[in-house]
Ligand binder design. Structure first.
Ligand SMILES: *Cc1c(COP(=O)(O)O)cnc(C)c1O
Length: 452
C-alpha cells in the first residue's frame, strides 16, 4: 500500500496511486513498506539484460497488482534500447540514459508508466486526462510514451522561453491525443497550475491524472537503472559500495536511487548535483529549507526547479514531514541524510568548463545536465581521501543526449553532436501548439472548454 506524505489521505493500492498521481490531501504517494532484495540476488543480475532486471526489481512493488507475465511483457516492450556504461578513467563511469525514443532518461519512467496506466484503464474501461508540466524533457518523454493510446488524452504545459527548439519540437510535432500549451511562465508556475487543477472540485469530472514525477509510477521504474549499473560494474565479489552522481532538478531521479538503496542496493554515497537552484544543497547542510522563487535560468534547463516536488518524499523517507508548500512540520533525520547524500551546486560557467575539460581529457561528450552531475562527482572525489577516491566505483548519470542541446555544445566544443535516430528529421515537422495566458482561470477554462 502507498501512503500520502501529507498523512491526511487514506493509503491506496499501487494501481490507485498510479491512476491518481497526487493524493487528495496534496501529498505524494510513498510505499508504506519498502520491499527488500537480498544482495546475492542483486549480484545475480549481472548477466541479465536490462528488461529482466526491470522485471525482477519492479515486481516487488507490484506483486498482486499485475500478473507476472503481463508485467514481463510490459517491461520487455518498454526497454528495447541500450543502456551504455561508458568507462572514463579508473573505476569511473558514465551511465548513458539517453538512448530512448526522446533521448532523455525520462523515457525510462514514462514508457513503463504509460504501459501500466494503459493496462489498468483497459481493465476498467475508463479514460484519463493526463496533465503534465515540463521544464523540457518530461513533456516530450510523456507525450511520446502516451502518443496514440486510446484511453488517454494528454495536456503538456511548458515555459516558452526555457526549452530548446529541439526539446520543443519533440513535443509539439506529435498531435493526435497530445496537446501542448506554451506559457510565458517558469516551470514552477506551470507545475503550480497543474497541482491546482488536481485539487479543483470543478474539474473532477475530467478524470485528471499526472505524469510528473509526483506520480509514484515514475519513481518505481527509476529504481531499476541503479541496480543495473551496480550489477554490471561491481568488483566480482559484490562486496563493495558504489557512489552515484545524479544531476537533479525535481529530484525524481534521485528518489529512484534512494529507494533502490533502501531496497538493499549497496550505495556508499549519492552525490546530488544541482545548478544554481541550490535550495537542496542549502537544506542538506543547514536543515533549513528555502525554496527559490522564481527559479533561476541555467543552461541545464530541465533542472531549473526552485521547489522540487519530490523533496517531500525524501524528507518522509528520513522520518520527517514537509508539506506541498515546502513547510517542514517534522524535521528529518539530517545526520542520517548527510551520511548518505552529499550535495553541491554547480554554476553555468563550471558546467561549460566541465563539458570542455571532459571532452579534451577523456573524449567524454557530455551535455549540460550530465556535466553538472560529472562536475559534482569530481568535486566529491576531491573532498574524500585520495586512495578512497581512486578505488571507488563511481557512476555518474548522463540524463540526456548531447544532440538535444546542439547550440551549447557547438559554442563550447565547436562540434555538432550526431543526432540519434530518434531525433532525425524532427527539425522540419509541423508544430501543434496553443499559447495560453499564465493564469489558473485561463488554464481552467481551457480544460473545461476543450473537447477531449
Ligand atoms: C528532468 C531532467 C533532469 C532532472 O531530473 P529530476 O528527476 O527532475 O531531478 C536532469 N536532466 C535532464 C536531461 C532532465 O530531463
Amino acid at each position: 500500500m502507498f501512503y500520502s506524505t501529507n498523512l491526511k489521505a487514506e493509503p491506496v493500492s499501487f494501481k490507485l496511486a498510479l491512476l491518481k498521481g497526487q493524493a487528495p490531501d496534496r501529498g505524494l504517494y510513498m510505499p508504506m513498506e519498502i520491499p527488500k532484495i537480498p544482495l546475492e540476488e542483486i549480484c545475480g543480475f549481472a548477466g541479465k539484460p536490462y528488461y529482466e532486471i526491470a522485471f525482477e526489481v519492479t515486481k516487488r512493488f507490484l506483486s498482486g497488482e499485475i500478473g507476472e507475465q503481463e508485467l514481463f511483457d510490459i517491461v520487455k516492450d518498454a526497454y528495447d534500447y541500450d543502456v551504455p556504461l561508458e568507462h572514463v578513467f579508473e573505476r569511473k563511469y558514465v551511465m548513458r540514459l539517453d538512448q530512448g525514443p526522446t533521448a532523455s532518461f525520462k523515457d525510462f519512467a514514462a514508457r513503463m508508466m504509460g504501459r501500466l496506466m494503459q493496462y489498468y484503464l483497459k481493465q476498467e474501461n475508463r479514460k484519463l486526462l493526463i496533465l503534465t508540466a515540463t521544464s523540457g524533457d518530461t513533456g516530450s518523454a510523456v507525450a511520446n510514451a502516451f502518443y496514440g493510446l486510446d484511453n488517454i488524452e494528454i495536456v503538456v504545459l511548458f515555459p516558452r522561453n526555457e526549452v530548446t527548439p529541439r526539446q520543443r519540437k519533440q513535443m509539439t510535432t506529435l498531435g493526435k491525443n497530445v496537446r501542448i500549451l506554451a506559457l510565458d511562465a517558469k516551470f514552477d508556475d506551470c507545475q503550480a497550475l497543474v497541482k491546482q487543477a488536481f485539487s479543483d472540485p470543478d474539474l473532477e469530472s475530467l478524470s485528471l491524472s499526472s505524469a510528473n514525477s509526483i506520480n509514484i509510477g515514475r519513481l518505481v521504474p527509476q529504481t531499476v537503472y541503479y541496480f543495473y549499473a551496480f550489477a554490471k560494474l561491481h568488483d566480482g565479489n559484490c562486496n563493495e559500495e558504489v557512489i552515484f552522481s545524479v544531476p537533479s532538478g525535481n529530484f525524481g531521479d534521485m528518489m529512484g536511487g534512494v529507494l533502490a538503496m533502501k531496497m538493499g542496493l549497496p550505495v556508499k554515497k549519492f552525490v546530488i548535483a544541482t545548478n544554481k537552484n541550490d535550495e537542496f544543497p542549502n537544506y542538506l547542510s543547514s536543515g533549513i529549507y528555502d525554496k527559490i522563487e522564481p527559479s533561476k535560468n541555467c543552461i541545464s534547463s530541465a533542472m531549473n526547479v526552485g521547489h522540487p516536488s519530490n523533496l517531500t518524499r525524501l524528507v518522509s523517507l528520513f522520518g520527517g514531514m514537509m508539506d506541498e508548500k515546502g513547510i517542514i512540520h517534522t524535521a528529518a533525520n539530517m545526520e542520517e541524510m548527510q551520511n548518505q547524500i552529499w550535495a553541491v551546486s554547480i554554476s553555468d560557467d563550471k558546467t561549460r568548463q566541465t563539458i570542455a575539460d571532459a571532452y579534451k581529457k577523456y573524449n567524454l561528450l557530455l551535455e549540460p545536465h550530465g556535466a553538472v552531475g560529472w562536475a559534482g562527482l569530481m568535486d566529491y572525489l576531491k573532498s574524500i581521501p585520495e586512495a578512497e577516491a581512486e578505488n571507488s566505483l563511481c557512476i555518474s548519470l548522463e540524463t540526456a543526449h548531447p544532440a538535444k542541446f546542439p547550440e551549447e555544445i557547438e559554442k563550447i566544443l565547436h562540434i555538432d553532436p550526431v543526432l540519434p535516430p530518434s531525433l532525425e528529421g524532427i527539425d522540419h515537422l509541423k508544430e501543434h501548439v496553443t499559447d495560453l495566458e499564465s493564469s489558473y482561470e485561463a488554464f481552467k477554462e481551457y480544460l473545461l472548454t476543450s473537447k477531449f
